[in-house]
Each structure stands twice: as C-alpha cells, then as structure tokens.
Design a protein around this ligand. Structure first.
Ligand SMILES: CCCCCCCCCCCCCCCCCC(=O)SCCNC(=O)CCNC(=O)[C@H](O)C(C)(C)COP(=O)(O)OP(=O)(O)OC[C@H]1O[C@@H](n2cnc3c(N)ncnc32)[C@H](O)[C@@H]1OP(=O)(O)O
Length: 229
C-alpha cells in the first residue's frame, strides 16, 4: 500500500521548497504552477487567493505574506493532484485516474479554501480556512468532519515539515462551539513532543478576533518505518 521511499522524499522535497517572499498577483499562480512530467496538464498551487476568498482571508494572507519576507514564515503550497512521479507505480485506470487530494477536491469556493504558513524555528503552522457551502453539517454550520479534515491536514503538515513523511495515527478533537458556514477561522498547530517516530501535535481553532475558541485537538502522527513497506 505504501509508496517506496524515493517518491516520498521527492514529495517532501517539493513541499519543503516553500514559497515566501513577494506576494503573487491575485489569481496568478505564476511560478507556483507545477507542470507534471507527463506535460498532459498543469496543476496550480491552490493556496493562493481566488475570487471566492473573502476580504478577511485575503487580509490574513497579505499579513502573513509580509511575514514571509524575512524568511521566518513560509507559505505552504498545496495541490489538487499527486504528481505522476509521486504516485504509486501501478496502472491507474478508471476512477483511480481521477483521484484528487481530498482537501483540494472541490471547485473554487465550494469546499476547503485555505492557506497555511509554517514557522520552522517555532515548529508551528497557522492555517486560515474558509469553509464553503458544500461543507455544511447542521443548517448554516460547518460539518464537524470538515473541521476534522482541516485539523488533520494542518497537524500533518506541521509534522511533515520536520522532513519526515507521516501518517495520522490518532486524533482527539473537542468541538466547543459551532462554526458558521463561510466564516474564516484560524487553526494554530504546533509540535509538542517528538518520541522516535512519534510526533505529538496540538491544535486550536479560533475566530479571527481570537474571541471564540471553536475547538481544540491533539494528534499523533507517525513517520513510516523504513523496515516496513
Ligand atoms: C497518504 C497521503 C499522501 C500524500 C502525498 C503527498 C501530498 C502532499 C500532501 C501534504 C499534506 C499532508 C497532510 C497529511 C494529512 C493527512 C494524513 C492522512 O490522512 S493519513 C491517512 C489516515 N491514517 C492512516 O491511514 C494510518 C493507518 N495506520 C498506519 O498506517 C499505521 O498504524 C501507522 C503508520 C500509523 C503506524 O504503524 P507502524 O509504523 O507499524 O507503528 P508501530 O506499530 O511500529 O508503532 C510505533 C509506535 O507508535 C505507537 N502507535 C501506533 N499507532 C498508535 C495509535 N493509533 N495510537 C497511539 N500510539 C500508536 C505504537 O504504540 C509504537 O509506540 P512505541 O512502542 O514505539 O512507544
């Protein structure tokens, strides 16, 4: 099931070649476009602003792009597809050839709109997330599973940024307050402890003004044992 080490390292390399510095023009993926080796299609970096982003998330994006200028923070790029060279070396036919990364599987504005920034020194990641109308749970509110996905991805990126490829082993989430659908929330994630292959991560989920704590969570991410395939 698991990929061999080599493609894993390529993926990590791509992820760690993060984007800081100058702010790209809105809607212009520019150098963030990733041309797959097959040259059959171009996958764009989806952690850049698109027309569905509210003023609030754009403002946060701009603030953190400024923080990237001195190199302390880096924007984490994010794609819809796993590139062919990182995919399993099996024939991909039918449904599998249309596989998308879950958190990037919706069209602009309908599902998971988010951007993450990582601070290597502080070993923490901040995610600005705007949940679209296809992520509804109770009327007018964000589905808990959608929030769990974002906590998983933010925690996973925090662990992956250490340079290890990890899988989620455990997530514990306290849902404290419901989140209005379409609102922008802030997910802060940090590594609390590392024990061998185990990365203990904690997350809190807050409103932009930090007045509401929507959720807090802990997660265990485990890097793959090279002895076990
Ligand atoms: C796949 C995505 C590919 C992406 C491609 C690249 C694209 C870039 C994307 C970037 C974004 C990434 C974000 C990632 C977020 C999503 C992650 C997922 O959904 S992942 C999908 C969802 N997740 C899965 O599908 C994972 C399914 N599970 C597994 O594959 C395996 O159980 C394992 C790999 C997690 C651990 O296996 P194994 O290496 O054989 O582990 P051992 O038995 O040797 O134990 C080692 C130590 O760990 C302890 N321990 C173990 N488990 C637990 C636990 N639950 N509770 C507590 N403790 C646990 C155990 O006691 C031991 O402790 P100690 O004695 O050393 O003290």
């Amino acid at each position: 099931m698991l990929r061999s080490c080599a493609p894993r390292l390529r993926t990590l390399g791509a992820l760690r070649g993060l984007t800081g510095g100058a702010r790209p023009a809105v809607g212009d993926a520019g150098p963030a476009l990733r041309l797959f080796s097959s040259e059959k299609f171009i996958d764009k970096d989806r952690s850049l602003p698109n027309p569905s982003w509210s003023k609030e998330i754009r403002l946060l994006f701009d603030q953190f792009m400024k923080k990237c200028e001195d190199g302390s923070w880096k924007r984490v790029p994010s794609y819809r597809y796993i590139s062919p060279q990182d995919s399993k070396p099996t024939k991909e036919e039918g449904q599998m050839s249309r596989a998308r990364i879950f958190s990037r599987s919706y069209d602009d504005g309908l599902g998971f709109e988010f951007v993450m920034f990582h601070n290597d020194v502080e070993k923490r990641t901040v995610c600005f997330f705007q949940g679209g109308p296809h992520l509804q749970g109770p009327s007018g509110l964000l589905h808990g599973g959608a929030l769990a996905t974002m906590i998983d991805v933010t925690g996973g990126v925090t662990a992956i940024m250490t340079g290890e490829f990890v899988m989620t082993a455990n997530l514990n989430i306290n849902f404290k307050r419901p989140i209005p659908l379409g609102s922008v929330i802030v997910i802060n994630s940090q590594i609390d402890k590392v024990e061998g292959r185990k990365f203990f991560v904690s997350c809190d989920v807050q409103s932009v003004d930090e007045k509401t704590l929507y959720s807090n969570a802990t997660g265990l991410f485990i890097s793959l044992d090279p002895e076990k395939k």
